[in-house]
Each structure stands twice: as C-alpha cells, then as structure tokens.
Ligand binder design. Structure first.
Ligand code: NI
Length: 179
C-alpha cells in the first residue's frame, strides 16, 4: 500500500480534464494497485472521496465512502469505486449544503447539488453498475465526477460569502446541521 500525494488547488492536474479508462486498462495491475492506493490515501487523509486527478492522474476513476460493518447501520456514503462514471439527476431539485475537498484543505463552502442522481459506470472488475443515490451520497458522487471534468466545488458555489475555514465552520456553522 502507498499513500499518494494529494494535489492542492493551483496544481494544474486539478484543471486538466480526465480521459476514460479502457476495460483492459481497468483490469491491469497498475490500475488495480492505483485503486488500492487511492482508497488508502482517502482514508489516510480522512476524506470521503477521491478522484484520480487529485493524485495527479488524468483518468476517469473515483473512489468514495466507507466500508460497511455488518453489525452497524449502513454508512451514509457506502464504499464505491467507479471508472468512467456518468450521472443524471432524478429530480431537478438542488439543495445547498456544506462541502470540503482534500485539494482545498481546511475550508468549507455551501454548494448547490442535485438531491437525487443515478450514476452509471464500471466497478473495479469492469462490470457495468448503476447506482441510485440521494442526499450526501449523491452530493459526494457529483463532487467527485466534477473532479474528472476539472471542476472544483468553488466553481459551483453561487455565493462565495459562505466560504469558511474549518475552524470557523465548526465554531459558527456546524450547529446548524445538528439542531
Ligand atoms: Ni474534492
């Protein structure tokens, strides 16, 4: 296992659109190792999602979520690994909620996202998968797919006045999520 370096905002890799992976590439040892390394990196950085451009690779590959523990409730964002993901919304409703990004450390901002989406892509074995997601899971999927198109959450914010350092977010805004 390796912990990869996560590119921070300003690194050109974050502004380079990613290319699809072929089935052969996806099955290859280097890409399978990359998937494991991205999972380890996401966990090491305590993130909820990671896209290949964030580790400097222009490939349409994302990892997100947590492993489910059989005894516990399913996690809000289940472990998901997708190559070549594409999404469409199931309802046009968009909601604002707080997001952060490993490439924009120590900040949070309010970002509008579709509440319900359906995502299609390939799992790590190259099988086609279709995922219906809502709320935070849908939000994280949209955020990670944006990275493949060289889009950061700041680009999606309607009003930069909610941009907040994590410390101030916890002090002044986090209570609003948990009344
Ligand atoms: Ni991000």
């Amino acid at each position: 296992m390796s912990i990869l370096k996560v590119c921070r905002m300003g690194h050109p890799a974050l502004r380079t659109p990613a290319r699809p992976l072929s089935s052969d590439e996806l099955a290859s040892e280097p890409i399978q190792r990359l998937i494991d390394d991205m999972l380890d990196t996401m966990e090491d950085y305590a993130g909820i999602g990671l896209a290949a451009p964030q580790v400097g690779l222009p490939l349409r590959l994302i990892v997100l979520g947590q492993e489910s523990d059989e005894d516990d409730e399913p996690p809000p964002v289940p472990r998901t690994i997708l190559a070549n993901p594409q999404w469409r919304h199931l309802s046009p409703v968009e909601e604002d909620d707080w997001e952060g990004c490993l490439s924009i450390p120590d900040m949070r901002g309010l970002v509008p996202r579709h509440r319900q989406v359906v995502v299609q892509g390939l799992d790590r074995a190259g099988r086609p998968v279709t995922i219906e997601a809502e709320e935070f899971y849908a939000r994280v999927l949209q955020h990670e797919v944006d990275h493949l198109d060289a889009v950061l959450y700041l680009d999606r914010m309607k009003d930069l006045r909610s941009l907040t350092f994590v410390e101030e977010y916890q002090r002044y805004w986090a209570f609003a999520l948990d009344p």
